[in-house]
Structures are given as structure tokens and as C-alpha cells.
Write a protein that binds this ligand. Sequence first.
Ligand code: UDP
Ligand code: G50
Length: 458
Amino acid sequence: MSNSSKTLSPPHIALLPSSGMGHLTPFLRLASSLLNQNYQLTFITTYPTVSHSETQLISKFLSTYPQVTSKQFHLLPFDPSIAKSNDPFFLQFEAIRRSASLLIPLLTSSVPPLSALVTDITLCSAFLPITSDLHLPNFILFTSSAKMLCLLAYFPSLVEVSEEVHIPGLSKKIPKSWIPSILLDFTTLFATQFFENGKMMKESNGILVNTFESFEPESLAGALSEGKVVNGLPPIIPIGPLVPCEFERGSSPLSWLDDQPDSSVVYVSFGSRTAMSKEQISELGIGLVRSGCRFVWVVKNKKVDKEEEEGLEEVLGVEFIEKVKEKGLALKTWVDQGEVLSHKSVGGFVSHCGWNSVSEAAWNGVPMLAWPQGGDQKINAEVVRKSGLGIWNESWGWGGEVVVKGEEIGEKIKELMGSEGLRLQAGKVREEARKAVGVGGSSEAGFFRLRKFLEPSE
Ligand code: UDP
Ligand code: G50
């Protein structure tokens, strides 16, 4: 691109998200932020999506931003039975990865020509060879914590997982029990992808991470940026927290929340793709009642929303719903979590610690009770604990490992909602998060680095 054309048109970025709300949401928030910075955008959507929530959010985003070019990426047929996984989201990662070559015409036909492709971390090893052949810069969006990025970067050099993993640059060893269990068997589909992505991400032009400097100082400045974890990483660029956007607005129990006293409600949700057993759901219900707190509880007993068939009464029982109706609101629908967490009556968050949930709690300064259920969530829970944003009772283990009793849950919720110290510290995290996206903050600096790369002469 010549210098004169650079001043005429802003950089044109194509965005390639992966499946699941936990990957789609940060991509759309990134898109919104880039649009505010005057970028031109092409948004690539893979069809069909796995969940209804994804389809709905993409359509809300595209109707809010008609200036975005939307391109449909039609995947090659893929027989899931050949892969060692039964997780529909992971199978979709694989289907997208195997269709990588079909993206070439889509990328080369973009008008004006693309300045870069931003690829989700789960897809990067399949798409980096393609962007490299096309001489197209490729950035990665990493949708989990910087601590998890340390594990990803280190993973390819890990021969076996012993009782603890020492990642160079991190002061505390990572116990085996915190490692995503799916990574303990190196032959699973997910572990194979993770290994490949960890190795290949070095070839990208930079890794955008949805975190901020003061939230994860050791992982960012200490371990990743100084090359301690592994040598040869590209620039690690914190651009978080990516903030909930207007286009995400949807149904939320706002009118009910409006009627509750400040900081009196505990919000309970385990994200978009975690199904809880009926037995644990029932204990959680008992715990909420025992805590004596007001609550908003999002109940899920299927991984994919398309499969949710049972109504709330079937899962919780009419008796329970009757009993709690003065104090609590149980829902079995999608709620606008960004809005719930920003509501002044919400004073605590019982969460699985999906990274987007952590990031939204940090943005709003809502204290967390971490209850990791699987995947990267224990590593994220450690970030929550270390930053002071929340508490984590490690003896609860992974979701499904033990059934945590209502009595114990009730006590922990009381602790969460009653701690003035925790509230103050969460408030400080909120201030730091706001500083990160403000003038002179780590996120602003990150976006500046990206712009500089794409427009070196300006
Ligand atoms: N979410 C929401 N409403 C729901 C469930 C989830 O808005 O009823 C959003 C939540 O705010 C977050 C994302 O979905 O942005 C879930 O991502 P996260 O990383 O927290 O967890 P995952 O669903 O990937 O396990
Ligand atoms: C889910 C999970 C295990 C797991 C992660 C999950 C992550 C997220 C980042 O989200 O670590 C990531 C996912 C896939 C990949 C690279 C990085 O190939 O069950 O570890």
C-alpha cells in the first residue's frame, strides 16, 4: 500500500472468531472498539453456528453496524465421529480449522485490500500458514487470561504433567489439579489443537489479550513480555478489558433489580456452555435460601441452548420457585449479563470464572465467589483470588467432581456478600480497569501499538 493511499483510507481488518459465546463476544466487543477507532471491518461468520445465542448476537451486531462487511464462511462437510471429542464447540473449532483453505478467496477478494486478519486463538495454527502465503499480517485474539496464555505458550515444551508445573517467569507453580483436565490426555482433539496453537502462535504478528496490565502484572510484564516463558513470542498486547456494548442489550431482569436495595443481590451464573447436574442445582438452590440473600440465578442444564427442553419448574420444582419468589429470581433464559453486573443492586457474583465473566466483574467491581467448573477456569480463578476481586474455595474441585452441599454454599455466599474488605478491593479493581481503557492506560497503549504496526509512518 502506498503512503498516499494510507492517508486516504483507514486500515481494513478482517475478524475471524471461533465458536461459542465466550469467543464470539470478545470478538464483537473488539470489533466495536475498532470501529470507534475508525477502522474498516470485515466480519467473517461461520455457518451454521452451534448455538442460538451466537446467531442472535451476530445479527444484533450486524444490524447495529451496517458499515461492517459481513462475509459468510461455509465450512467443508466434517464427520465428527472421526475426532476424539463429543463437545460440539470443540468439534466446530475442528470443522473451521479443516476448512481453512476455503477462506483464501474470501480474503483476497476483500475491497479495499485487507491490512490484517485477526484470528481466534483456537484457530490460529490452521490459518497462520494461509495468511503467511498471502503476505497478510495476522494477529491473534486471546480470549482467556494472560496466565492461561503462559500455560499455552509453555505447553508444547511440556513432556508430561507431574504434580506441579513450573512455568518460567511465574512465581507460583501450577498444581496439576488446576490444569484443564482435557489437556492431561495429550491425545484428545482439544489437546492436539492446543499444542499446535501454542507452537504456531509465535508466527503471528502479535497476540491481543483481553486483560490489563495491573490485573495480571506478573504474567504480562514479568513472564510473557520478557521472554521468560518461552523465547520468540510476538508482541503480547493487552487490550482489555473489552467492554460490554450497546448491541448486546437484551432481556435482563432489570425491573426486578431496580426494586432491590443497593449491593443486596447475588448474581449466579455459570456462563453460556456449562451444564450443571440436577443434584448440584438442587444443592445450590438450598444454598441460596440459606444465605438469606436476594438473588438472580441463571439455571442451565444443557451445554448447548438448542437442547434446553425442560422448563424452570421441571428443573427446580414448583415448590422451590414458590418458596423463593419474594427473595429471588431464577431464570432459564439468556440474560444480558453485562447489564446485570452493572446494576447497583448487584453486590456479588457466583461464577464459573469463564474469562469474559471475570472481565465483566472486574469492569463493574463486583466481588466474585469463584466456582470453576472446567477448562481454563481454575487458572482464571487464581487470577481472581490474587487480584483480590474474589474468593475461591479450592476444595469444591471441578464441577461434577463432588456435590457441594447447600449448607457450605450458603456460608460462602454469606461471606461473599458480607465482606466489606472484598467490596473495597473489587472497587479498586474496577478503578484499575477503567484506567486501563482510559487515556494513557494499558489498553489504549495496546491499540496504539496495533495501529502503529498497520500504519508505520503515522
Ligand atoms: N452470558 C450472558 N448471559 C447469559 C450467559 C452468559 O450474557 O445468560 C455472557 C457472559 O456475559 C459472557 C459470555 O456470555 O460474556 C460467557 O463467556 P465466559 O467466558 O464467561 O464463559 P463461557 O460461556 O465461555 O464458559
Ligand atoms: C476451555 C477448555 C480448556 C481450555 C480453554 C478453554 C482455554 C482457552 C484458550 O476455553 O485454554 C484456548 C483454547 C483452545 C486453544 C488454545 C487456547 O487451542 O475446556 O484450556
